[in-house]
Design a protein around this ligand. Structure first.
Ligand code: HEC
Length: 187
């Protein structure tokens, strides 16, 4: 009896995973790629503008108030929920869910095994579709996420700490996994 139950649970898990056909998986992967790239571009353009105007000391307070509204506006445009999250947070509002943390750890593992990382598309138990993809640290991210005194000036560091007293998103190197995109589709 107990074994039968286990088998049923196992089959249940399988059928959950199988809800998306290969074609659907590809469609959601394409949509996810498009949405994350558009969001990256929108955030990046604003950030570059502010960096040109006044460097990180101006761009950080700008990100502090603008990053989430920009992401929300794009969420509405695409009719999805767009999130950027990390295992080392700066903004507590970007806190990962349990599943998001598992995905981040999975990407860390792939990196340590020098294996390729690809976006993940899956269905949750409420039949909502999710897209996840890694966010890597580039050289132009280091002014605000790199090592203090090497890339992040002491002044910039103190501005970060004043806005984010629990900041963990510092001390990264180029090529590190900074976090993930997490997109939930409404349909
Ligand atoms: C001008 C400083 C600055 C630069 C440059 C910068 N960031 Fe950030 N980053 C921030 C701030 C401030 C936040 C918190 C505000 C927010 O986005 O919600 C943040 C948040 C994030 C988050 C959300 C997770 C969290 O910890 O809150 C990710 C992911 C991220 N940054 C990745 C990057 C990447 C990748 C780059 C380079 C392409 C980059 N950042 C460049 C300042 C910066």
């Amino acid at each position: 009896m107990k074994n039968l139950l286990l088998v049923l649970v196992f089959l249940g898990m399988l059928s959950c995973d199988n809800k998306l056909t290969e074609k659907e998986k590809q469609e959601y992967t394409n949509k996810g790629n498009e949405i994350s790239q558009a969001t990256f571009k929108a955030l990046g353009e604003k950030l570059t503008e502010q960096m040109k105007l006044g460097g990180p000391d101006q761009a950080i307070p700008f990100c502090n108030v603008a990053a989430i509204p920009i992401t929300q506006q794009l969420s509405e445009e695409f009719d999805v929920i767009i999130k950027r999250t990390s295992d080392k947070l700066r903004n507590p509002e970007n806190k990962p869910s349990e599943r998001e943390l598992e995905i981040i750890n999975m990407y860390h593992k792939l990196i340590s095994e020098e294996r390729e990382m690809t976006p993940i598309v899956e269905v949750d138990k409420n039949n909502n579709k999710h897209y996840y993809a890694p966010i890597m640290l580039k050289v132009n991210c280091l002014a605000c996420h790199g090592k203090v005194e090497e890339f992040v000036s002491l002044k910039t560091d103190s501005i970060i700490k004043s806005l984010y007293p629990n900041d963990k998103a510092i001390g990264y190197s180029e090529g590190d996994l900074r976090g993930i995109w997490s997109i939930e589709f409404k349909k």
